[in-house]
Design a protein around this ligand. Structure first.
Ligand SMILES: Nc1ncnc2c1ncn2[C@@H]1O[C@H](COP(=O)(O)OP(=O)(O)OP(=O)(O)O)[C@@H](O)[C@H]1O
Ligand SMILES: CC(=O)N[C@H]1[C@@H]2OC[C@@H](O2)[C@@H](O)[C@@H]1O[C@H](C)C(=O)O
Length: 376
């Protein structure tokens, strides 16, 4: 007998700090997770600035942390309530809300010899109180405690979503950072995945500094410049790009001062933007070329905000002539909703005491049940 699907909400606010994505997902035993509804809550400028400051400041007060966390949590709660209203659902009909929280620092290999840590601002107690829903949160730290990178985590969800398709699949998420999933055609070969490096984070920062606004629409400004091969080579020299998986990264490594340290001084701003777009494309291509399969005819499913950037996609296509590009929309999941969907699925895994991580991806000592549960 088939079991009825249950409803979960996934909340994701990524490293781009562009907003909170809420996805309503039906999860049943016999079918892949299904996307039923979505809601995007734009990040107000004040909260965007607060969070950006927390990501990069040398010193932060507890009061600043608390204020940002509170504002962030209230925005999440509004997103959940608006999604429930739009879908005519009550909190009792939701099994759980999976909340990623806002990453403000990620140091899975420790910092200056200190302990490994990853910090997501989140207040699942307040979120449960404000929404009346069960909340599952703190997904990353159990993987870290088991010796893993705590990121990326979406690979297990990619497997649940796309793993039933024929042949090899690559899934590329182009968010603030880019991460890759390889689903081998042979189910005995473990799934591989890792962060390839920056995707939009440097593009956004450089655009904002020189053009104003949050991002370079369709990569038009990048397309107007020329790649500076010497700058590209200096950027690609960063040790992260040589590091074997498991690997994950964040704003700690790739930020505006890091870029500016590599400039010779004669580059024009549009050429720098073109070079940054090329850096994303080349680092993704290098990540794919390292994978042990024939590459020919592989399907590459692209998701995340960078999938809307025509210039970036053209650069990727030029470096990956063997791949057939596909949109996840053909599987019922538009590109912007995969990550939020992942956290709905991870909440389901937690409630069913099932593992959420893939040790072959994060490097953890074994599969682990991720996250804590906060009753309404
Ligand atoms: N039309 C577009 N043209 C160019 N870039 C775009 C477009 N739409 C979105 N983006 C880029 O996508 C970014 C947002 O992507 P996304 O929401 O996937 O990031 P994220 O979830 O914050 O990141 P991460 O996956 O690293 O956590 C924007 O900051 C912008 O750089
Ligand atoms: C520490 C952290 O928040 N990492 C994010 C970030 O954004 C993309 C990439 O870097 C990935 O490692 C991860 O997010 C997705 C959701 C993941 O864990 O799969």
């Amino acid at each position: 007998m088939k079991s009825a699907p249950h409803y979960y909400i996934g909340l994701m606010s990524g490293t781009s700090l562009d907003g909170i994505d809420a996805a309503l997902v039906a999860i049943g035993r016999d079918t892949p997770p299904q996307l039923l509804g979505t809601l995007a809550a734009e990040m107000p400028d004040t909260l965007h600035e607060q969070l950006l400051h927390l990501c990069h400041a040398q010193e932060v007060s507890f009061a600043e942390l608390a204020a940002a966390e509170d504002a962030f949590c209230r925005l999440q709660a509004e997103a959940v309530k608006a999604l429930l209203t739009a879908q005519q659902l009550s909190p009792e009909q939701i099994q759980a809300v999976g909340s990623h929280g806002q990453t403000v620092e990620h140091a899975p290999d420790g910092h200056n010899g200190g302990p490994a840590y990853t910090l997501q601002l989140d207040n699942p107690s307040l979120l449960a109180e404000l929404t009346g829903c069960t909340v599952v949160a703190d997904f990353r730290r159990r993987d870290l405690a088991a010796g893993g990178q705590a990121a990326p985590l979406a690979q297990a969800f990619h497997q649940a979503l796309f793993g039933r398709q024929e042949g090899e699949q690559l899934i590329l998420n182009l968010g603030g950072f880019a991460n890759l999933t390889w689903l081998p055609s042979n189910s005995k070969t473990p799934v591989t995945g890792f962060d390839t490096g920056p995707a939009n984070v440097l593009l956004d920062a450089w655009f904002s500094k020189h053009q104003g606004g949050r991002f370079d629409q369709n990569g038009a400004w990048a397309a107007s410049g020329n790649v500076d091969p010497e700058l590209l080579e200096r950027l690609l020299d960063a040790p992260f790009f040589q590091q074997p998986p498991p690997r994950s990264t964040g704003r700690e490594l790739f930020h505006l001062p890091w870029l500016e340290r590599h400039l010779a001084g004669h580059e024009t701003p549009d050429d720098v933007q073109a070079t940054l777009a090329e850096l994303t494309a080349v680092s993704v291509a290098q990540g794919i070329q390292q994978l042990p399969f024939s590459h020919q005819g592989v399907t590459l499913i692209t998701c995340g905000g960078g999938a809307h950037n025509a210039d970036l996609m053209a650069r990727l296509a030029a470096h990956l002539p063997f791949a057939t590009f596909a949109s996840p929309s053909s599987y019922g999941w538009p590109e912007d909703w995969i990550e939020a969907g992942a956290f709905a699925w991870l909440a389901h895994q937690r409630l069913h005491q099932l593992p959420g991580n893939l040790p072959s991806v994060t490097g953890a000592r074994g599969p682990r049940v991720l996250g804590g549960v906060y009753a309404p």
